[in-house]
Design a protein. Structure first.
Length: 240
């Protein structure tokens, strides 16, 4: 896999002795703990938000046809739905690189299930075509087309993650987020944020000469996560 980073071998952090490093690390830890506690406070406020009742009969399309929103919960109390963007009629190479990045990192669902929570993808394209992309990528998450129900689910809003609660046969929307709010799906970001080079994205506040990735979620013009699938011999033609 070719690198998309522009690097400068002379761009390195200063070298200090262990005691100097530890002092600066301890100072940073104070800020990190404050950040963690602030996040806990925000999460507590999020749990206290009011909610909006939804029509439990809103349908999305699965492998066997229309599925009521109530059934997407698979009997669990909570539902997290990722709204995958879609470009109808386009091959895998031209599908949303950001959605590919985020959805590729949601793999093991057992811990969510143990917390009475279902995860599902609500694709904004037709089922028969888009499910081929799921299969091309090797994803095993529940997959539905929400193309015909987007107005009922989103209203006039645009968001990528929707959070829902089931109370018997009633369904409520409790939270939604888009933009950088979906970074919670990407542990790769969390790990990279702790490296010296960070995400290597142009907007980051990094020292001069640090690596910069100008392709974002792509490598060679297509979503990075697709490259291993191509190497395995999978076809990215989705309209067959």
């Amino acid at each position: 896999m070719s690198s998309t980073l522009r690097t400068d071998a002379t761009a390195l952090p200063p070298v200090v002795d262990r005691a100097t490093w530890q002092a600066q690390r301890d100072a940073l830890l104070v800020k990190e703990k404050a950040h963690t506690r602030a996040g806990d406070e925000i999460a507590a406020a999020r749990r206290r938000l009011p909610m909006v009742e939804m029509d439990p009969g809103i349908t999305v399309t699965g492998a066997n046809g229309p599925v009521p929103l109530l059934d997407v919960f698979e009997g669990r109390r909570q539902l997290v739905a990722y709204f995958q963007m879609w470009h109808t009629g386009h091959p895998a190479a031209e599908q949303c690189e950001g959605c590919t990045f985020y959805n590729s990192q949601v793999r093991e669902l057992s811990y969510l299930h143990s917390h009475d929570t279902t995860y599902a993808t609500f694709c904004q394209g037709p089922y028969d075509e888009s499910v081929r992309y799921r299969d091309f990528m090797g994803w095993e998450v529940p997959w539905y087309s929400a193309r015909d129900s987007l107005r009922a689910l989103l209203g006039d809003r645009e968001f990528m993650l929707g959070f829902y609660l089931r109370d018997g046969d009633r369904v409520f929307e409790t939270y939604s987020t888009s933009g950088r709010g979906v970074e919670v799906m990407a542990p790769s970001y969390g790990l990279l944020d702790m490296t010296v080079h960070g995400r290597s994205e142009p907007w980051e506040d990094s020292p001069d000469g640090w690596p910069v990735n100008h392709e974002g979620f792509c490598t060679g013009g297509r979503p990075t996560a697709q490259l291993s699938r191509l190497a395995a011999g999978r076809s990215d033609a989705l309209n067959i």
